[in-house]
Design a protein around this ligand. Structure first.
Ligand code: IMP
Ligand code: MG
Length: 178
């Protein structure tokens, strides 16, 4: 489908499933090499990262575990400074090699908040695997260790990303038609 309607907005096809899968494979290849013998704990950020996390973990050949956290900073199509913790972290972080798995970094406010919280639990190391980055919107300074791709400052849906809860099921990425 070239055009889809999600809730009350129109989106146009933007990134193919094939390109996404190539990105996932590149990231998993690097993680498999970097974490040999390290038994990492993936920490996927709900809700958006659930599909990327599911694809990523099935490409990992090293022993690993996964857990989930949930933060929210988005209402409709606009980001806010008001980051709420919905599901917190727990002690199993202590001494573990953590790979945070996120769908998209926009302003970076949500991830900055999470990374700061995470360090209070004294992990052995923390790296970030994030599928999409909007460099034009990014206002923070943390490093993205494993990045799928950079995208323009447009609002996108699909591959786990939503508009008001809808559109996560789309296997490809669609961008808002202006
Ligand atoms: P940030 O705090 O501005 O970096 O926003 C990050 C969160 O906003 C992500 O985890 C997503 O849930 C959501 N988000 C940012 N950009 C988009 C988008 O283009 N489509 C859907 N959700 C987005
Ligand atoms: Mg998210």
């Amino acid at each position: 489908m070239e055009i889809v309607e999600v809730k009350d907005k129109v989106f146009r096809r933007f990134i193919s499933e094939e390109k996404i899968m190539k990105g996932v494979q590149e990231i998993s290849t690097r993680i498999n090499m970097d974490y040999k013998g390290k038994n990492p704990l993936l920490l996927a950020v709900l809700n958006g990262a659930f599909i990327f996390a599911a694809d990523l973990i099935r490409e990992l050949t090293i022993p690993c575990q996964i857990s989930f956290v949930k933060y929210a900073s988005y209402a409709g199509t606009r980001t806010t400074e008001d980051v709420k913790e919905l599901i917190g972290l727990n002690e199993e972080i202590n001494g573990r090699h953590i790979i945070v798995v996120e769908d998209i970094v926009d302003s970076g406010i949500t991830m900055d908040h999470l990374l700061r919280d995470l360090n209070n639990y004294q992990p052995a190391s923390v790296k970030l695997a994030c599928f999409f980055l909007k460099p034009e919107a990014f206002i923070k300074s943390f490093n993205i260790d494993y990045l799928g791709m950079e995208i323009p400052n447009d609002f996108i849906v699909g591959y786990g990303l939503d508009y008001d809860g809808y559109g996560r099921n789309l296997p490809e990425i669609y961008k808002l038609e202006n």
